[in-house]
Design a protein around this ligand. Sequence first.
Ligand code: ADP
Ligand code: MG
Length: 344
Amino acid sequence: MPGANIGVDLGTTSVVIYVQGKGIVLNEPTAAAYLEKSGKVLAVGRKAFTMVGRAPSSIKVVLPMKDGTVADFTVTLNIVRTYLQRICGNMVFKPNVVICLPSGVTNLEKRTILDLAISSRAGKACLIDEPLASALGAGIDISRPNGTMVVDIGGGTTDVAVLTMGSISISRSVKLAGNALDEAIIRYFSRERALIVGEKTAEKVKRKIGCSFMREPEIAISVKGKNYITGMPTRVEVNSTEIYLAIRERLENICDTIISVLESTPPELSADIADNGIVLTGGGALLSGLDRLIESKTGIKTYVADEPLLCVAKGIGKVMNNRKFLERSGYMFKTAEEIKGYSD
Ligand code: ADP
Ligand code: MG
């Protein structure tokens, strides 16, 4: 497939890759496993993720961007390199790569990722801001002079942005998203139920019975963990009300962030948002009832985008051939030489 362009959504939880003409070709956890002694990488993505909490002491499993910033940059680079080489390796012509990074990534890290993309056989590489990509992926026409609010709730961060005429008018990012809800659930089990549970279990509980409202009727599931006092494997029953109460405060904090952005939004754009509504993207948008909660707190109609986990990658797919749009919005493809002088 000559000259096919590639879009990479490097999220804190998962990496999604879009190839022009093919669609989404990869969607795997942002994880890598390597040998503690030699540093040799054993697995990346899904295979590495299955080892979380289950690897022997000789193997280190890393989720390098869990908190929304790059906690382990070398591992992040390894993951991106592995995927890009896997995909670009079969291509006759060098592809252009458009990459979307979490908002906490520093300028130096941005430059290194661009450099890496080029050295992984990309011809030119370009970074794009997440709110723009997720809005496009959600099917919003952002080119008009009309305000839209997009809230992307990922694993590490919630990014709230107001867009107009293809650019960001105002945005805010907080380290409060899916992982923070999992932590609240872990804390609930340890404090109230004397049970130690792992991150994966907490996340599963959140997906199965987590809710942004008191569920009626209540639903319950059985959860396995380790008794805090005896240290023995134990099973307890937990219901949706208990989980709702455990995560409620964090959900309210997410709503407060949205409200604070609305308060700082210029009046004309604010009036547009009241008409157009708020659009939710990212995996966190799948939490049951979150659209209703945000709607009740802000008084603005709130929608969950179609396939919220794929919005960013699909948005990059839509825009990567539209050079004019990219340039007008301030995004430029850079060659290896140009990246060396990149300071934005
Ligand atoms: P990132 O862009 O940071 O990689 P994603 O958009 O992939 O994040 O979203 C990942 C987050 O979405 C995780 O915290 C995950 O637990 C959460 N998530 C995924 N599906 C659901 C669901 N059905 N209910 C609640 N949360 C979910
Ligand atoms: Mg994301």
